[in-house]
Write a protein that binds this ligand. Structure first.
Ligand code: C2E
Ligand code: CA
Ligand code: CA
Length: 760
């Protein structure tokens, strides 16, 4: 009822207005001009101070827009044309159809007036919400409308408040529904940005004193990244300071404020000029983070903006508080209270996830099931408190035995479990198990008495012993009983055969480590003969290992092992030093023209320690770089930049380079072209076949020829027969090595061979 009444009153008032306006438009006398000028006043009387007026003459198609109508959109009196297009082009495209529809219904005579809310473009680029009203003026004889007149009211503030309200309740709903924190943070930021023109908002969470990016949908990524991870402090921007002091920080001008002296370089380029920050606090007053508001001009907040800042921080605190609580709850559920290791439930989740990842990547992992030996006795003898103390201690020791990325947990009582990621062979698990046994069995004082704990370990593998959590756990548990059965204080695999293999392997790996560390290896030397003179031009150093119990172990085996246990650098260094020192002795004995060849394993070749190592040995032993040959297997002959650079650097030092085992690696001769090498050493495999297989013979002769064409000298290895020697000589091969001349032998024996002719 009231609505109808007010409409009627409005209609009447507008009838009056319409009349006055009509006069003003049609008569161009002084009175009209004055009327036009006083239009604003007239409107004030009719419609209220903030209304703009429009008047569309349907017959002439002219439109009159009042100054207020224009200024509402940021335009001056003469900036808009007096036609309908000036209007429609400023209406938001989504809202245009509504307006057109309302106008058409009005014209068609079904209604007398319309009222519609539309968005229009302000000259500055932003949107203005307008309530547009229109009325018909029927004056001609056929009772057709001759003009439409109406008003515009700027309802932006009201509209924004409404939208803000809607967004606000939406955010509360999101929080209630448990939406992710980052989604809620983003909504909060966007809500305040929408309400305050040109404002950009950010939320930072505190982790200890570290500032973590929460949300900042409108700030540049580079800025967010620069701030993420910073430690808060009084001079770490506005938010770093407010989260540090717990007090609001209002920076009017980033470019001169000392709090921004370090950070301004990442803010100013993106037009961030002022920043106001409110600490975000929990219900108990703890500082959780900071809410920041940025503008692209220096400014301090007015009362409304200040209220916005406070309420934004409050809203954010609801979510942050929830997050922190959840984190605490998760931590409680996921950690074992006594030992601070992961809890059983956390471990199970972790292993389930590991199964998924390993299935996807087709990888193995191992599960170590660890149980303390005779733990019950400890509780009975020393009491439960001491039992707890032991468990804490053991947990710490087991943790030390783990490598990065291993997942350790206490399952219950004295049972622990470790998941070892990315197992390439079965020995990694055995190594960790060994370390666990060793560390756990260190003595400790319990209730003033010395006590030596021990544990047993069962090992199972995914996928070999099970592809789901239950099965693998059961397999590891079964293995644990094998270990207990075998006498405790040891590990056992679920696959019984593996236990022995792993034990053997771990044992010799340990003795190899000792042998290398204590320099218990030896070096033998095998001559390389110049094909023309029959004399030794060079000797190859080959390492030997005599195991005290296992006897002679082939270098093919222990070199590979040294690579796996990460001892190859130490081994190479020792061989290089020993061989070079030996050569100095021979030179001093008068044999000045021989060289020393040392094998470099391919896994060491790309190590960045190789070049410094070579330099060190040359310097320490005083040999000439040109007296040293490095034999590198064909596997590293790849023309990627990394490899080429190593070849180049070695060459720059004047060291000679040999491609070893040439021919078996199928590297194309073309790829050799890029490498500055000196020798090709044809593999024994071809030399063996040469006498019985014509193809092999042809291959050897062409390898020699092509090697020469590329400027390399060619060596043949594994020469055992005179016929091979003769044939190689006829092909023009430069040098040869093999049992025909000498087996690898002692330095003393080499001294006897030096200078002698070793051929026919
Ligand atoms: P390689 O570099 O191809 O060394 C040649 C191997 O063939 C040596 O075996 C040598 O004793 C053997 N050999 C030489 N002439 C004859 C022959 O006429 N007949 C037969 N049947 N064999 C012959 P060894 O000493 O057992 O070494 C095996 C491999 O172990 C070497 O192959 C080399 O790759 C590696 N190696 C040995 N010592 C070292 C070392 O100090 N460092 C590195 N990185 N690798 C080494
Ligand atoms: Ca070699
Ligand atoms: Ca070889």
């Amino acid at each position: 009822m009231t609505d109808l009444n007010s409409k009627e009153i409005l209609l009447k008032e507008n009838e009056k207005l319409r009349f006055e306006l009509a006069i003003a438009h049609e008569t161009k006398d002084a009175r009209t001009a004055q009327l036009l000028k006083s239009e604003e006043r007239l409107a004030l009387a009719m419609c209220g101070a903030s209304d703009g007026l429009w008047d569309w003459n349907i017959e002439t198609d002219e439109v009159y827009y009042s100054p207020r109508w224009k200024s509402m959109l940021g335009y001056d009196e003469h900036e808009l044309e007096n036609n309908l297009n000036a209007w429609t082009s400023l209406v938001h495209t989504d809202d245009n159809p509504y307006l057109v529809n309302e106008v058409q219904t009005l014209l068609s005579g079904d209604t007398d007036s319309f009222e519609v809310e539309i968005r229009m473009h302000h000259k500055m680029g932003h949107e203005v919400y307008i309530r547009s009203r229109g009325f018909k003026v029927i004056r001609n004889s056929k009772s057709e409308p001759v003009r439409l007149i109406g008003t515009h009211v700027d309802i932006t503030l009201q509209k924004k408040a409404e939208l803000f309200g809607a967004r606000h309740s939406n955010i509360l709903e999101m929080i209630a529904k448990g939406d992710t924190a980052s989604a809620v943070y983003t909504e909060i930021a966007l809500m305040y940005e929408e309400r305050h023109l040109g404002m950009r908002c950010s939320m930072l969470e505190l982790d200890g004193r570290k500032l973590l990016h929460g949300a900042a949908p409108s700030l540049p990524k580079a800025y967010c990244e620069a701030v993420h991870g910073l430690i808060n402090g009084p001079e770490i921007g506005s938010c770093g300071a407010s989260s540090f002091t717990g007090k609001r920080v209002l920076v009017e001008d980033i470019s001169i404020d000392p709090k921004w002296k370090d950070l301004k370089t990442v803010a100013l380029p993106y037009g961030m000029r002022c920043c106001w920050s409110e600490p975000i606090k929990s219900s108990s007053g703890d500082i959780l983070g900071a809410f920041g508001m940025y503008l692209d001009y220096p400014s301090l907040p007015n009362e409304e903006e200040l209220n916005a800042l406070k309420s934004a921080a409050q809203l954010a605190s609801i979510v942050m508080d929830r997050e922190q609580n959840q984190k605490r709850i998760r931590n409680l559920a996921y950690t074992d209270e006594l030992t601070s290791l992961s809890s059983r439930s956390h471990f199970y989740l972790g292993v389930e996830e590991l199964i998924l990842i390993s299935a996807r990547d087709q990888k193995k992992f191992a599960l170590l099931y660890i149980d303390l030996d005779n733990f019950k006795n400890v509780n009975d003898t020393f009491g439960h408190d001491m039992g707890d103390l032991l468990l804490i201690n053991v947990a710490q020791r087991l943790k030390t035995a783990c490598r990065e990325g291993d997942f350790i947990a206490r399952l219950s009582g004295d049972e622990f479990c470790i998941a070892i990621n990315d197992e390439v062979n079965d020995y990694g698990a055995a190594h960790v198990a060994e370390r666990c046994l060793e560390l756990v069995s260190q003595p400790l004082a319990l209730a003033g008495r010395n006590f030596t704990p021990s544990c047993s370990i069962g090992i199972a593998h995914y996928p070999d012993n099970g592809t789901d959590l239950r099965t693998i756990l059961k397999a590891a548990d079964t293995a644990l009983y094998y270990a207990k059965d075998l006498g405790k204080n040891r590990y056992a695999f679920y696959d019984v055969g593996l236990t022995q293999k792993a034990e053997y392997r771990v044992k010799i790996e340990r003795s190899l480590r000792e042998a290398i560390e204590n320099q218990q290896l030896s070096v033998v030397y095998q001559p390389k003969i110049d094909m023309r003179t029959g004399r030794i031009v060079s000797v190859e150093a080959l390492s030997r290992w005599e195991h005290p119990q296992l006897g002679h172990i082939s270098p093919v085996d222990f070199i590979g092992m040294a690579e796996q246990i990460g001892m190859i650098k130490e081994l190479t260094e020792w061989v290089l030093k020993t061989a070079c020192q030996q050569m100095v002795v021979w030179k001093d004995a008068g044999f000045s023209s021989i060289r020393m060849a040392v094998n470099i394993s391919s896994s060491h070749f790309l190590d960045r320690d190789l070049l410094p190592l070579i330099d060190r040995v040359i310097k320490d032993t005083g040999i000439m770089p040109g007296d040293l040959e490095l034999e590198i297997s064909e596997g590293v002959v790849q023309t990627n930049e990394e490899n080429l650079a190593v070849f180049r650097h070695l060459k720059e030092r004047g060291v000679l380079l040999t491609i070893d085992d040439f021919g078996v690696g199928y590297s194309s001769l073309a790829s050799l072209k890029h490498l500055s090498i000196d020798f090709l050493k044809i593999d024994k495999y071809f030399i063996d076949d040469m006498l019985i297989d014509n193809k092999a013979k042809l291959l050897v002769s062409s390898m020699i020829e092509m090697g020469h064409n590329m400027g390399h000298k060619v060596t043949a290895e594994g020469v055992e027969k005179e016929e091979q020697f003769d044939m190689l000589q006829s092909f023009g091969c430069d040098s040869a090595q093999g049992y025909l001349f000498s087996k690898p032998t002692s330095a003393a024996q080499i001294l006897r061979l030096l200078g002698k002719k070793l051929t026919g």
